[in-house]
Design a protein around this ligand. Structure first.
Ligand code: SF4
Ligand code: SF4
Length: 409
């Protein structure tokens, strides 16, 4: 086996890039900066030099490795199928070992990886947020009362006064049961989008699944993993695996694209299979075809990067689900699978680039004239809601469970 080098990756991995430049056409960051280090080709070239000891892993190099939303569009288009995610995470991990996390990433990782801290923060900020912010057009989101220079409107998800998984919770199926599932709620559903979490449960119950929400679950580790803090990621992974250890269930459901991607790809052999909500919905097309919204609604769809590229779930799954719901008119969106600009802590570390990508997404949504955009990732819901506010669009951003539940009432 080939010896691992400075970045902890094999030469074979970094030498696979044939420098064709195809990734330049699809990279959302390169499309804003037009600088080679922004794109996969530039980062892989740099990683190769550092790996062989021909260039130094300095702070500038670490900065370039962080200049990426990890949307994986480059990996998808790459003719030689470079494992870009492996390269970039290894490079970031070495940079973190050498320099530590940049301050904004460190704050985000500390907050999300410490369940108690996150719960106390959201509980304390819940009444204050309601007092000092105003409602967004997208429910469960708030807007700062004043615009921020260079960014404009800034949106926050509404903090919950009580976490969704504050105790073990069991929600029995409606009618003839199909089985029992564990809902992996993740940080965003537990602490912010608790109404959506409720809606996910109601939809699963209506499809015949009894839903168990274990108290003993923690952040999936995505903020730490994508920042290169692999030690924190491994600790969270172990805690989650211990939490499910004694449970019996047919499968684990994730309703967050990033949690699902991380659980499937980075948790190794999990004793219970993991399914993304959109896969469960697609398997239930016949039942969902009987569901009828109380009034006609026009919607469009945003494909989360970690569903279509991370988990490689076919793009037609959500569209087929939406097309069978009665009283729902689906309108196609241009570039529906382009990144929304969130990229986890990328939004914090590169707010202006993130904003440009976000505004492009919002304008594509606006062009459909649909009443709302649906997706299946709380991070995308939040970032897109903010983008729509920034361009003063009347459209709303919702999770797919938020609309499906209306067809059940
Ligand atoms: S993952 Fe996305 S943002 Fe990062 S280099 Fe690839 S295409 Fe660009
Ligand atoms: S598309 Fe793949 S092979 Fe081509 S430059 Fe980008 S990473 Fe290299």
């Amino acid at each position: 086996m080939e010896e691992k080098k400075i970045l902890g990756i094999s030469d074979e991995l970094v030498e696979k890039c044939v420098r064709c430049g195809s990734c330049r056409q699809v990279c959302p960051v390169f499309n804003v900066t037009h600088e080679e280090p922004s794109v996969a080709r530039g980062k892989i070239f740099l990683a190769n030099l550092i790996n062989k000891g021909k260039a130094e892993l300095n702070r500038e190099a670490a900065h370039f490795f962080n200049l990426c939303t990890t949307c994986l569009r480059c990996a998808e288009i790459c003719p030689v199928m470079v494992d870009y995610e492996k390269i970039i995470i290894s490079a970031r991990a070495r940079a973190v070992e050498k320099f530590g996390l940049p301050p904004e990433k460190s704050a985000a990782v500390k907050l999300f990886s410490n369940r108690k801290l996150l719960e106390v923060t959201t509980k304390l900020s819940s009444p204050l947020t309601k007092l000092f912010t105003k409602k967004s057009k997208s429910p469960q989101n708030r807007l700062l009362p004043v615009n921020v220079p260079k960014l404009g409107k800034v949106l926050l998800p509404e903090p919950s006064s009580k976490p969704f998984n504050s105790e073990d919770r069991l929600f029995p199926a409606k009618g003839k049961g199909k089985g029992k599932v564990i809902f992996f709620t993740g940080c965003m559903f537990n602490n912010f989008y608790t109404q959506t979490a409720n809606n996910v449960v109601k939809v699963l119950n209506a499809l015949g699944y009894t839903v168990f929400v274990p108290k003993e679950q923690f952040c999936c580790g995505a903020p730490a993993f994508f920042s290169g803090d692999l030690k924190t990621f491994e600790e969270l992974k172990e805690r989650n695996l211990e939490g499910w250890g004694g449970e019996k269930a047919d499968f684990i459901v994730s309703a967050c694209a990033t949690c699902g991607h991380i659980l499937k790809k980075e948790y190794g052999e999990v004793s219970i299979p993991v399914k993304e909500l959109i896969e469960v919905l697609y398997e239930s097309l016949e039942e969902i075809g009987k569901w009828k919204l109380p009034q006609k609604v026009t919607v469009t769809w945003h494909h989360p990067c970690h569903i279509v590229r991370g988990q490689k779930i076919p793009r037609h799954y959500p569209l087929d689900v939406l097309r069978v719901v009665q009283n729902l008119e689906f309108i196609d969106m241009p570039e529906a699978d382009n990144c929304c600009g969130m990229g986890g802590s990328f939004k914090l570390s590169h707010p202006e680039i993130s904003r440009e990508i976000q505004i492009k997404k919002a304008k594509n949504i606006e062009s459909t004239r649909a009443e709302m955009v649906l997706t299946e990732c709380p991070g995308c819901v939040m970032n897109i809601a903010e983008g729509l506010e920034r361009i003063n669009s009347p459209q709303k951003s919702l999770h797919i469970a938020d609309i499906l539940v209306m067809a059940l009432e």
